[in-house]
Design a protein around this ligand. Structure first.
Ligand code: OAD
Length: 230
């Protein structure tokens, strides 16, 4: 069966007004990732880390899905085969555009996680470090985000789905963060055709069979139309 595996990154949400990480003015040019995106940073200053994700959660709530998110939802709906959508993004714009079963390998802004017992629940708009876990009662509330040094979620399932893909596509990612950056090597090793869609060729362009370049809101709908042959 025809099976399209898509990995998205911050570039797909850029035109919705959510910043990317490594472009000019990106989040990691303005914030020290070791302070806001590591378990050590959280232990050192939980309030600072909560402030950072509260700000990002608010930006996400204020943002709307764009034409690229909508096109992927349409692909899932109209493609006769399987479509797997794995995202490195912690926003919920794919879901709000209509995609279902999205795999959030780096966690989700809209979820909270208890660092003490592992319980997960819907995050309030503003999370506070002293908030108690609704399950165990301990004040160990953290955003359900995968930080540097932590293992991304659902890796076994992701690799299983990648192994049965007939096309591997990356949209809006610089390919700088592993293990996601290594998926293209896995796909190539298995002989799966690979496509990069990005604003411009990424540093990993040479690993892809094909590239389509320009703003995601223009290129992704065009590629989806081509894939659905309409
Ligand atoms: P990056 O910021 O590293 O890369 C974003 C990519 O999107 C760049 O290659 C841009 O050229 C491209 N881009 C920007 N605007 C675009 C547009 N309008 N249309 C298409 N492409 C566009 O973001 P990611 O690769 O997603 O992890 O970053 C990967 C991970 O690094 C994130 O999930 C996050 C971060 O640290 C964690 O926080 C664990």
């Amino acid at each position: 069966m025809d099976s399209i595996f898509i990995l998205t990154g911050a570039g797909i949400s850029a035109e919705s007004g959510l910043g990317t990480f490594r472009d000019k003015g990106g989040l990691w040019t303005r914030y020290d990732l070791s302070r806001v995106a590591t378990p050590e940073g959280f232990r050192a200053d939980p309030a600072l880390v909560h402030d950072f994700y509260n700000m990002r959660r608010k930006n996400c709530l204020d943002a709307a899905p764009n034409a690229a998110h909508a096109a992927l939802a349409r692909l899932e709906r109209d493609h006769p085969g399987e479509v797997t959508l794995v995202t490195q993004n912690v926003d919920d714009l794919h879901e709000r555009a209509g995609s279902t079963g999205v795999i959030h390998m780096h966690g989700e802004l809209r979820r909270a996680l208890c660092a003490a017992c592992g319980h997960r629940w819907p995050a309030p708009e503003r999370m506070l470090p002293e908030e108690a876990c609704p399950s165990c009662g301990r004040p160990a509330t953290r955003p359900d985000i995968v930080w540097f040094g932590e293992m991304p979620y659902r890796m076994d399932e992701i690799l299983e789905r990648l192994a049965r893909a007939t096309l591997f596509v990356v949209i809006g990612s610089s390919g700088e963060v592993y293990p996601a950056a290594g998926f293209v090597d896995e796909a190539a090793a298995q002989g799966i055709p690979t496509l990069e869609i990005n604003l411009e060729p990424s540093g990993r362009r040479g690993l892809f069979d094909r590239g389509l370049y320009g703003p995601a809101t223009e290129v992704v709908p065009r590629w989806v139309a081509e894939s659905l042959r309409d």
